[in-house]
Design a protein around this ligand. Sequence first.
Ligand code: IMP
Length: 193
Amino acid sequence: MTKSNKSLIIDHEGPFKGKKLKCIFTEEQIQKRVKELALEISQDLKNAKQPPILIGVLNGSLFFMADLMRAMNIESEMDFIKISSYHHTSSTGTVRLVKDISAQITDRDVLIVEDIVDTGLSINFLRNRMQSNSPHSLSVVTFLYKKEISQLKKEPEYIGFVIPNYYVVGYGLDLDQKYRTLRGIYAIVDEKE
Ligand code: IMP
């Protein structure tokens, strides 16, 4: 599949071969929502003593993090964490830390920036891990939220869009490392849909 190809049929081997990518959010819709989230977050954190630290969850949050941070109207700092819980297209049920943050977050205002919440395991893990370093405040923004299947202990403070239980790609989200650079969000659906 090429980025400009409007038929968007998955042509590589795997369980989704022959299925179709259906756009559920366009680039314009995404950018509008990111700006709204950025303003809401800026408003909530504008009185922080020091700039808040945004912690992007690699790899999927890369583009969301970049857009969000630049759309905020207060200063902020960035760091990244990498965890692994997904194998191909399903959760393994356990979370493994692959790369830790380097920032000192004690007494700082911390915002975890996630691309998508699915089972919620990753966010539960990240909240616990960050909380153990006693930040001044801790909140979570996720661009997408599969609310109906998540088993979150605490919902994200900021949510871009709630979506049904589709596997989605684009805007940083991948299928075995493919489709990350699509500018919209695409759900993988049967060809009839
Ligand atoms: P959770 O721990 O089950 O909430 O899964 C979160 C992580 O799984 C995300 O950060 C993604 O890396 C991956 N993931 C879950 N659902 C999708 C999807 O629909 N598309 C691409 N990646 C996904």
